[in-house]
Write a protein of this length. Structure first.
Lengths: 195, 120
């Protein structure tokens, strides 16, 4: 009978070449408790992202080019059940508010290294088709935008006003018509009504 | 048959899903002949994401995925511990186990990365 000893050590390092963020601190939201936006008091400037790979838009969107519009960033990944469960709500927001000045941007940030297929643009395109996503989506394969915004959970949301200020943020799955949906719906309308 | 039941713990993140749930995963290993069976157990109150199957990333570059045929009806989570089998002969098992775990009944899950160092 062989004697086996296996040692498992905790690793909070940036294992797997997955960027500079501690892998272990990443999280995926799941149905259940609302982890909704808690306004942080004073608005703060949204940092400019520099993502190069985009879908559902002819050219990359920049924060500067979106001044005058309300922007909802959704950090998600197609392997996250909670993220895809939330997509119908975002699709509805897009349908209701795009013409009133809302731009939704899906920031697709992988959980696992590239072997998972999450980094593949073709896989992402198929996910957009599957979930009927027509709003712009950008690949955040190096997690730079995720890190830039200090995101920790999938799905997460950052709501930016017409002046480029972050006004609300939060995380967690929601569904069309539920309390959390109504919360976000109200915040979007609030910012759309501002001059 | 030697069994090493070892805890894999990563506790961090903004929202602690549940009190006492700071150790979301336990890795059980069982030696069976020339194979080493790795079983990833979710601690009470946690679920393992089946859409993104846990992986053992060996230090030699190999990948071994954990799997189980028993899933929730929506295929989102494992309902039985996913298992990976690796050859027990040869060099020691070294690498990283990566898994996405979700706190049952709450809205936050985590990605955990566990460094595994095995010696025989």
């Amino acid at each position: 009978m062989p004697k086996t000893a296996l040692f498992v050590a905790l690793s909070l390092a940036t294992v797997g070449g997955f960027g500079a963020v501690e892998t272990a601190s990443r999280a995926v939201a799941q149905t259940g408790i609302p982890l909704l936006a808690v306004p942080r008091g004073t608005p703060r400037p949204a940092p400019a992202w520099h993502n190069k790979s985009w879908l559902n838009t002819e050219e990359p969107l920049t924060l500067e080019s979106l001044k005058g519009r309300v922007v909802l960033l959704n950090f998600w990944v197609f392997t996250c059940y909670n993220c895809t469960n939330t997509v119908p709500s975002l699709v509805e927001f897009d349908g209701k508010y795009r013409n009133q000045g809302l731009t939704i941007i899906g920031v697709h940030t992988p959980e696992f290294p590239p072997y998972s297929g999450e980094h593949d643009k073709g896989n992402l395109q198929r996910a957009l088709e599957k979930y009927h996503i027509e709003y712009p989506v950008t690949q955040d394969n190096d997690t730079r935008t995720w890190d830039l915004y200090g995101i920790r959970y999938w799905p997460s949301f950052v709501l930016i006003d017409k002046r480029g200020q972050i006004r609300y943020d939060g995380a967690g799955e929601f569904h069309v018509g539920d309390t959390n949906y109504q919360y976000w719906d109200g915040k979007i309308r609030e910012l759309l009504e501002e001059q | 048959m030697g069994i090493a039941a070892l805890v894999a713990l990563l506790a961090c993140g903004r929202a602690e899903p549940q009190a006492g749930a700071r150790r979301p995963l336990v890795l059980h290993t069982t030696r069976a002949g020339d194979s080493l069976r790795l079983e990833l157990m979710a601690a009470t109150g946690w679920k393992i994401n089946a859409r993104l199957k846990p992986v053992l990333e060996s230090s030699d570059g190999g990948l071994v995925r954990f799997d189980s045929p028993l899933l929730t009806p929506d295929s989102a989570y494992f309902t039985a511990p996913p298992v990976a089998v690796v050859a027990a002969s040869g060099s020691p098992v070294r690498g990283t186990v990566r898994a996405s775990v979700c706190a049952a009944g709450e809205s936050v899950c985590r990605v955990v990365a566990l460094e595994v160092r095995g010696e025989r």
